[in-house]
Write a protein that binds this ligand. Sequence first.
Ligand SMILES: [Zn+2]
Ligand SMILES: [Zn+2]
Length: 355
Amino acid sequence: MLPPEDSEKGRHLGTYEMLWDCKFCGAQGLPAHTHRFCPTCGSAQDPNTRRFPSDEEKRAVTDHVDKGVDLICAACGTTNSGDAKFCHQCGAPLENAEKAALVQDEVRAASESFQAGEQRDLATESMARDLKQSQAAPSGIPRGVVIGLIVAALACIGVIFLFTRTQSGTAVITGHTWEREILIESLVPQEQSAWCDSMPADAYSISSRSEQRDTRRIPDGEICSVRRVDNGDGTFSEREECEPRYREEPVYDDRCYFTVDRWGYSRSVVSNGDSQAVAPYWANAQLQFASGIGAEREAGRDETYLLILRGDNDAVYECEVNFDLWQNAALESAWKLEIGVVNGQPRCDTLAPAS
Ligand SMILES: [Zn+2]
Ligand SMILES: [Zn+2]
């Protein structure tokens, strides 16, 4: 047998008496290892009543010899030490005797490295655990809720169906509008910052200062707790279990503040019209300068073509279309298209000449 120090994780602190309560006369807190029988009424100890003592009740067991978990005599119910072959009370063989049930481990926070806020309140923890379990217990979702959810889902589907439903309609082109936009960007000085080791090569007007870049974990003592383990023979062992504790420490580095010249949006040049009479054109961007601060360049183009239509009952629709369709859709020509039943909006992608 290994010495207790090496047998399990953690440092062995000592071996102590479990306590038990006599069910027959009500005697409380009897030492479980030394009193196999109630000193008041003589009843045999019931190992199921064993419990860990409070700190005031705790009594050390000196020269504890580990003989294993107690055996319970099937004939008379007396507890016998784990290595016994026959019941010391009635003499019955203990070959297939049941072992005493073990009390669940108890963990107590008992370390000075613990900060006040971290003190574990075992009672509250176990209460919270019990509460969680009772909440997790399958209570069954009420039938009404299930039906309600199904009805709500069907209603959603219905509303979506209603809103996407369309009916065929006809419309006449009453107008054309168009707009073309050229986006222009210019080279401008920008104030930026970056860690100095990743500053752009073209940065200028540079200043730097020390700032927190990271945190690192520094070993900082231990967090220790005491675990009480039922030995099953009326005693329990206390073991100190420790884990390293860390604190966070800031890591500083040089932060650079600088100016760089970068391209950024500066303006748009827009041309537009409201008929097919004049073909859509791009406005003259008149770019400034060629290089250096203030230089301009084109950054993209947008174009929008709208058809204005008059539908049944004089409803007015606007449809954004591609240039080819826009160009070929003559004024007063007739078209058919799908129109939303609920919102009355045209589905412009269904626009087609009325044949
Ligand atoms: Zn008793
Ligand atoms: Zn017996």
